[in-house]
Design a protein around this ligand. Structure first.
Ligand code: FES
Length: 119
């Protein structure tokens, strides 16, 4: 059954839209530590963000490549879509379908505790 997997809702972190950029202050959020991840919510959409290293982040679209559900969950290794349980790696690659296409990835920058996601 679907409920047997240990999915959990991703923590939400607010992002501010500034032109073509999403600005995220990571201090005191789950993204403050290496290995942290969160769903960044903004008026320009939601993004799945993982902090890989001190200054290295990966930002993916929060919209599933299968039928456009919002990806709100994760397990220990993957982002998980709640609609049909497609699983995606931190880099956005499909680990398990029904999705067939990877998640779109956005360029990021980081300085002075502020992550930027470029649209
Ligand atoms: S919409 Fe995400 S798995 Fe179907």
């Amino acid at each position: 059954m679907a409920g047997a997997r240990q999915n959990a809702a991703l923590p939400i972190v607010r992002g501010q839209v500034d032109g073509e950029t999403i600005v995220v202050r990571v201090t005191s959020t789950p993204l403050d530590a290496v290995g942290g991840r969160a769903r960044v919510a903004s008026t320009a959409g939601a993004f799945l963000v993982t902090r890989l290293d001190t200054t290295v982040f990966v930002a993916l679209t929060g919209t599933c490549s299968h039928e456009s559900c919002q990806i709100t969950d994760g397990d220990a290794q993957a982002f998980v879509c709640p609609c049909h349980e497609s699983r995606f790696s931190v880099e956005g690659m499909v680990l398990r379908g029904p999705a067939e296409l990877p998640l779109e990835r956005y360029a990021t920058g980081f300085a002075d505790g502020v992550l930027t996601i470029r649209l």
